[in-house]
Design a protein around this ligand. Structure first.
Ligand code: HAM
Length: 440
């Protein structure tokens, strides 16, 4: 008989103990860096009302929702990201909110994507957000936090970099082409976000449909290609001057000076060298309003290691009250691939502290000892086979490779003693003093 399917659903993963150990390692490092930056951990439900995600996250996320009706006929969805839930939660207490509020979270997310390298239907994210601070010092701190999390795994400048961009500059660019309406701006930002993955012909097609004017679409395409290549403040300024003379130069200068402040903060935080100015980053999510960034493995073409940015209007749109906010999320899938490639996971630490072996006549005393050692915080195994003789137990114990093998024979127990054998030592010790001996 064939039996049940042994593989998990497409895009989902089984975590066997070695995978779980790696996942826990990632979570522990994320948690420990978040604490050093003074962020508090929060959590929320895995399912939310569907409308929370369909309102403002944008078409890409909506297409990827695991959505269904519950038995109470509510339209619900597995969360594809944490940001809308965070806004909903914080939205309950805006009047008394500590400013800034700095929260982080490590949770599973679900997106019905086509599974491929770096992209699954279930993945974990580390989210960190600052709510209630509009200055770009908050954006800078989050970029520094993102960088610190990757450094914590031993990743260095040759392994990853941050691409920093700005939605407001793009909005100014679109304005210069007469695009002002929120919906049209959103549609064009969508085209800009996918630019890299599309052929010039299909971009041209979409632009012509948006501008309803093929000459304008061509001009936009050609000049945008130049802006996408700008990597300095001066190059951006020059591009606006040369390519689109009708730009609002005052607004441009104002924004460039804000960008300069952000770059200075990054310099002061000692992370400027990790960050490249790169307007090709637009971000797929619809709610970003200001600086946006993504972290990439060097030489990686695929999915980012992390991404985020400022979303100053999402509170107003979802909970009806304005509140500045900025944040990012890093995913575990691309990170795990990178850490495996660079062999940066620690060696498997799953060996137990002690394996207790005994003559079956001493079983009762051996189990008592096992429990005493466990109560003292050591990990302990013993044979669950009620018949296995001492020799067979020892063979099994050494195969499991514990730090210590503790042997109880009838003769030793009658003297209230046990033998303890480690990698480099072998001793007879009083049974009572074993926990103390192990602690040393
Ligand atoms: P996001 O760019 O959609 O942003 O996701 C952030 C990271 O999660 C990505 O860079 C990637 O590492 C990982 N990720 C996303 N989708 C998948 C997938 N299907 N499979 C594997 N990994 C994936 C957000 O989710 C925003 N909510 C981040 C944010 C927080 N913005 C402000 N605060």
């Amino acid at each position: 008989m064939k039996g049940i399917e042994r593989e998990p659903l497409p895009g989902f993963r089984d975590f066997e103990p070695a995978d779980c150990a790696q996942r826990n390692f990632i979570f522990n490092q994320w948690r420990s860096v978040a604490h050093t930056f003074g962020y508090e951990e929060f959590d929320g439900p895995i399912v939310e009302a569907l409308v929370l995600f369909t309102q403002k996250s944008g078409p890409e996320i909506v297409e990827q929702l695991f959505a269904f009706q519950d038995k109470g006929e509510r339209a619900i969805a597995l969360r594809p990201e944490m940001t809308p839930s965070l806004v909903r939660m914080v939205g309950k207490r805006l009047a008394t909110l500590k400013r800034p509020t700095k929260w982080f979270n490590i949770t599973e997310q679900f997106r019905y994507e086509r599974p491929q390298k770096g992209r699954l239907r279930s993945f974990y994210q580390f989210n960190a957000d600052i709510i209630g601070e509009s200055s770009s010092a908050a954006d800078a701190e989050l970029i520094a936090l993102a960088i610190a999390t990757f450094q914590k795994f031993g990743l260095k400048k040759e392994h990853f970099h941050v691409r920093l961009s700005d939605r407001q500059l793009w909005v100014l660019w679109l304005k210069a082409f007469g695009v002002n309406q929120e919906q049209e701006v959103g549609a064009l930002l969508g085209i800009l976000d996918k630019w890299e993955r599309r052929s010039p012909e299909s971009i041209q097609e979409d632009l012509t449909a948006s501008f309803k004017d093929s000459t304008k679409a061509t001009l936009f395409l050609n000049t945008t290609e130049v802006l996408r290549k700008a990597r300095t403040l001066d190059a951006i300024r020059e591009c606006f001057h040369n390519c689109q003379p009708s730009s609002d130069m005052e607004a441009l200068e104002q924004r460039l000076s804000e960008l300069k402040v952000l770059l200075q903060e990054l310099e002061s935080l000692g992370v400027r060298d990790w960050v490249t100015l790169d307007l090709t980053i637009v971000r797929g999510l619809a709610y970003y309003t200001g600086f946006v960034f993504e972290v990439f493995g060097n030489g990686d073409q695929g999915r980012a290691l992390a991404g985020g940015g400022r979303y100053d209007h999402l509170f107003e749109k979802l909970v009806g009250q304005p509140m500045p906010a900025v944040g990012f999320a890093a995913g575990d899938v691309t990170l795990t691939d990178l850490l495996r490639k660079q062999t940066l996971f620690p060696p498997d630490q799953s060996a137990v502290d002690c394996y207790v072996v005994f003559e079956q006549t001493e079983r009762q005393r051996a189990l008592l000892l096992a429990q005493q050692l466990r109560a003292a915080g050591f990990s302990v195994l013993y044979s669950l086979d009620l018949q296995k003789d001492l020799g067979k137990q020892q063979k099994k114990a050494y195969a499991d490779d514990p730090h210590y093998v503790i042997t109880l024979t009838h003769e030793l127990v009658s003297q209230a003693k046990a033998q303890i054998k480690g990698a480099e030592s072998e001793q007879i010790v009083d049974l009572k003093s074993l926990p103390e001996y192990l602690k040393q």
